[in-house]
Design a protein around this ligand. Structure first.
Ligand code: HEM
Length: 134
């Protein structure tokens, strides 16, 4: 069932979760040099605190993403839309994998590389979402 009110709720929850998952990463990246000046443990503490917000946001993105699919009826969309949805689902999975590897990385290079991969794939998912929503 779709009504204007339910559509608003569905997309608002999806976009709100995207602001936390994507916007939170960009904000932390932008604050990193200031954080480092607060002490060597500060970036790690903030990363742990952010994980307590970002993983629930990722779960909300997946759940509301499934709700989007149910509401939008992919079989009624054109082939390009369906292909882009497939790409988006893959990119979202890569973002989750990269974020998990980022949290487990122990070398500065590994932390930076998986952090960058998480940010880029998350941004790609955001742009693909905007394209899908039209
Ligand atoms: C990192 C994870 C994700 C991000 C950042 C993200 C972001 C977005 C954004 C910004 C929109 C546009 C909303 C609008 O303009 O109104 C959107 C739409 C959409 N997303 Fe996602 N999304 C994510 C995960 C998912 C997942 C896992 C699925 C599917 C399982 C999904 C399926 C969709 C669909 C089908 C739309 C179009 C909805 C419509 O037209 O009503 N998304 N997404």
């Amino acid at each position: 069932m779709t009504t204007p009110a339910l559509d608003t709720l569905r997309l608002s929850l999806h976009v709100l979760a995207a602001t936390v998952w994507v916007g939170g990463q960009l904000t932390i990246a932008g604050l990193l040099s200031t954080l480092r000046r607060l002490g060597p443990e500060a970036p790690k503490s903030l990363a742990r605190a952010f994980a307590r917000l970002s993983w629930p946001a990722y779960a909300v993105l997946v759940l509301t993403g499934l709700w989007n699919i149910q509401a939008v009826h992919p079989s009624t969309q054109d082939t390009l839309w369906q292909a882009l949805l497939g790409v988006k689902v893959g990119v979202v999975a890569l973002a989750g994998l990269a974020a998990w590897l980022h949290s487990r990385a122990r070398t500065p290079g590994g932390i930076a590389a998986w952090g960058a991969a998480t940010g880029l794939t998350s941004l790609a998912a955001l742009v693909l979402g905007v394209v899908l929503a039209g």
